[in-house]
Design a protein around this ligand. Structure first.
Ligand SMILES: Cc1ncc(C[n+]2csc(CCOP(=O)(O)OP(=O)(O)O)c2C)c(N)n1
Ligand SMILES: [Mg+2]
Length: 377
């Protein structure tokens, strides 16, 4: 068994200590905004709870949980302006919700049903939302890095006041996309921010084995991209670090590499069993640094949240989520015909032929449904 973390985090920037006490300058956020951050993080945890249960019950196909990492996505999302873009790594669906992705669209995508805006062309748990500038993300590690850099560069060429915030994991910092993306952005001072979510693991590869650098922030140095280490379980530090990095990119000062140090409390995905490669003692150690408990203690201590109010908040979120799950599970499934739509103005003969053959096979196994009746083509 290996212990993952302890690659140097160079005294990460922190505002709240794990016990919720204030150890740095508080950001300029209203009481309502502070409570909203807690609500956003709790929502992510409620979603994880329900999605993992649905997956285990065979009602959805796949989940990549964000348990333990809630502050990284929610604190950061609050720092972005509406015109900014968020390029997702593997676990930032909660940030999309925080920025406007409706919960029913999120859940529809998990069921890949007829309301899924990806039309079933993405594996579940792969969201996109045009309205909140959240491009469809790819499982192919690191590809969003050059895409986001290119979009940032294009925005500047077009005179748009946009910053592109690009999330990825410690594992993705070994990808080609990381090196080409940082190099290009460094040279051209593209208006983007790199957010490396250092969660200890890339599936079964510990972050210590991922790089020989003594910190992840050091990996920006060769590209002239300033790195910053942040306590990724402190939502306020994530907010403040992203606020400063996006302000700086917006002013034309070029990108920063912000490393949010956190821990993946669950498996890599619902297909993973982390007990095969990591020690439970490490998980226990991080349990004491839980980002949601930290924010709750902070809000309770300053009187912004009554004792026990967090339980009511959680109940409300579960109730809202369960209603959405019931509706989306009952929604019709994605029509087969979407397999051949939206690429050509008219379905060409070779696809028509393949599709008709496919329907015959589906009928043979009893899987074609009446909603496919308008076909064969
Ligand atoms: C190019 C490529 N190589 C390998 C994989 C298989 N893979 C999926 S997730 C993952 C690890 C990603 O780790 P990290 O970037 O740290 O993100 P995390 O899962 O920790 O959020 C790997 C190797 C892939 N999807 N794409
Ligand atoms: Mg990782």
């Amino acid at each position: 068994m290996t212990l993952a973390v302890n690659i140097s985090t160079n005294d990460p920037f922190q505002i709240l200590a794990p016990d919720g006490s204030v150890v740095g300058d508080l950001p300029q956020l209203s009481e309502a905004e502070l409570v909203d951050i807690l609500r956003g993080m709790l929502r992510v945890r409620c979603i994880d709870d329900r999605m993992l249960k649905l997956q285990r019950a065979g009602r959805i196909g796949f989940v990549g949980s964000a348990m333990g990492q809630e502050a990284t996505m929610i604190g950061s999302a609050v720092a972005l302006l509406p015109q900014d873009w968020l390029w997702s790594g593997l676990r930032e669906g909660g940030a999309a919700i925080m920025r406007g992705l409706p919960l029913d669209e999120y859940v529809a995508q998990m069921f890949c049903n007829a309301n899924d805006t990806a039309k079933g062309r993405q594996m579940c748990n792969h969201f996109q939302h045009k309205g909140s500038h959240y491009p469809s993300w790819s499982s192919v590690i690191g590809t969003q890095i050059p895409h986001g850099v290119g979009a940032a560069f294009a925005a500047r060429q077009r005179g748009l006041d946009e910053v592109h915030v690009i999330f990825f994991g410690d594992g993705a910092s070994s990808s080609n996309g990381f090196h080409s993306g940082l190099n290009f952005a460094g040279v051209w001072k593209a208006p983007c921010v790199f957010v490396l979510v250092h969660n200890g693991w890339a599936i079964s590869v510990s972050s210590r084995n991922q790089t020989a650098a003594n910190s992840y922030s050091a990996k920006g140095t060769a590209y002239g991209v300033e790195g910053r280490e942040v306590d990724g379980n402190c939502a306020l530090a994530c907010y403040q670090a992203l606020k400063e990095a996006t302000d700086s990119a917006r002013r034309g000062a070029g990108p920063q590499l912000v490393v949010l140090n956190t821990y993946r409390m669950g498996g890599h995905s619902s297909s993973d069993d982390p007990s095969k490669y990591r020690d439970e003692a490490e998980v226990d150690e991080w349990r004491d640094k839980d980002p949601i408990e930290r924010m709750t203690r902070f809000l309770e201590a300053r009187g912004s949240l009554a004792a026990g109010a967090v339980d009511e908040l959680r109940d409300e979120l579960f109730m809202e989520l369960d209603t959405v799950i019931r509706t989306q599970e009952a929604a019709p499934r994605m029509s087969w015909r979407t397999l051949v739509e939206d690429v050509y103005a008219d379905v060409p003969p070779h696809l028509r032929q393949q599709y008709n053959q496919f329907l015959i096979t589906q009928e043979k196994y009893g899987e074609a449904s009446p909603s496919d009746g308008a076909f064969p083509l």
